[in-house]
Design a protein around this ligand. Structure first.
Ligand SMILES: Nc1ncnc2c1ncn2[C@@H]1O[C@H](COP(=O)(O)OP(=O)(O)O)[C@@H](O)[C@H]1O
Ligand SMILES: [Mg+2]
Length: 357
């Protein structure tokens, strides 16, 4: 059945406005049509891509090619869920896609491909998981801290009373041990509880904060090379300067501990627009990356890295990252990471706020 011109136009505008990326391939797998979402996804204009083989857009994915070929041959549609495809930009995209062969008059059959990106969706789920994890571990800690600190106060007080009735220093040594250990335990619990109190906010400049951290740690680790890669367009924000310094300091000190003699740590800042963290979308976010060339996060720590008491070092407390996460959560932001040997990135996502809200 022939389409009238107006139905053709309507179809065209429908395809142009779709969120999913649509491609039509010829029988020889060259590109017959792509909609604007596909242009965006594969970073190429339809004019340039027209009649080029699909292999120019999606690279070296043998499984993908064999499946679309057989779909064309057998005329059976197929779909894939969360498949990772390497595309011409060099990025690997997590995509859902559907291939539908269509009989197409005399010119034989063509293949309709529809792609939906899953990457951002997956990341949002991960981010939400980080936020809930931190909340859950903090409320557990608060309860536990309460249960420990009350009897601890009693033990310490009783030891002090007992000490008064002792006559020799040797006896007092024992009560001193009790008092010292009780104090140590209280300090530990306080540190596990992390920062308390409301942030004391003022106008702050992210790059000044980063430079401050850099000057602090450069003294501690002279062998490490620090690189600054700042986007000067980032505006000031409103936050608690010492809290943000502490968070970045904790992350940077971890990186220093991991890198070797030719260690390199990069501070990189970039703006992100209309970005969603948890339930809220912010017009502007500072993305602050702390990148190191150390060996990477051990596999067995990845899932629980931000929980308190999780450490990869015998002498570690495992509190640095849990505290940093809490500090940044208090600014409605989030810390996440990605890591492979030689390239570990801790990313602070910090909503930029112009006034006290
Ligand atoms: N940049 C990094 N590279 C490799 N491992 C890291 C890095 N940052 C943190 N880690 C791992 O995460 C663990 C937890 O860090 P943290 O919460 O600061 O506690 P701590 O430093 O006391 O061990 C570290 O012990 C280390 O094993
Ligand atoms: Mg640490």
């Amino acid at each position: 059945m022939a389409m009238t011109q107006s139905t053709q136009q309507a179809t065209q505008s429908l395809l142009d406005n779709m969120h999913s990326a649509v491609l039509v391939l010829n029988g020889d797998l060259s590109i017959e049509y792509m909609n604007p979402s596909a242009e965006m996804m594969f970073q190429i204009s339809f004019a340039r891509a027209k009649f080029r083989p699909i292999q120019d857009l999606i690279i070296d994915e043998l499984d993908f090619f064999s499946r679309i070929k057989s779909s064309l041959k057998t005329q059976h549609p197929f779909s894939a869920y969360e498949d990772d495809l390497l595309v011409r930009t060099g990025h690997t995209l997590a995509l859902d896609y559907m291939a539908s062969p269509i009989e197409y008059g005399e010119s034989g059959s063509c293949l309709l491909l529809e792609f939906v990106s899953r990457g951002r969706h997956r990341k949002m789920t991960q981010e939400e998981h980080l936020l809930t994890q931190n909340e859950a571990s903090r409320s557990l800690l608060r309860g536990l801290a309460h249960e420990i600190k009350n009897p601890l106060g009693g033990i310490r007080g009783a030891a002090q009373l007992l000490e008064r009735s002792f006559n020799t220093d040797q006896d007092r040594e024992f009560t001193q041990i009790i008092i010292r250990e009780a104090d140590r335990l209280k300090q530990l619990v306080d540190r596990m509880l992390g920062p308390r109190g409301i942030p004391n906010k003022s106008q702050i400049n992210i790059h000044q904060v980063l430079e401050h951290v850099r000057s602090l740690v450069q003294v501690e680790a002279e062998h490490v090379k620090f690189i600054a890669d700042y986007d000067p367009s980032l505006p000031d924000t409103y936050g608690d300067e010492s809290m943000i310094i502490q968070a970045i300091l904790n992350i940077t000190r971890n990186a220093i501990k991991e890198v070797s003699d030719d260690g390199e740590i990069t501070f990189r800042t970039r703006p992100l627009r209309n970005y969603t963290i948890g339930q809220n979308t912010y017009p502007l976010i500072a993305k602050i990356d702390v990148i190191d060339n150390g060996p990477g996060i051990p596999d067995e720590l990845r899932e629980k890295l931000f929980l308190p008491m999780i450490t990869g070092h015998a002498e570690g407390t495992g509190l640095g990252l849990s505290i940093a996460q809490t500090l940044i959560n208090q600014h409605h932001g989030l810390i996440e990471f990605s890591s492979s040997p030689g390239h570990t990135v801790f990313t602070l996502l910090l909503p930029l706020i112009t006034s006290s809200e």
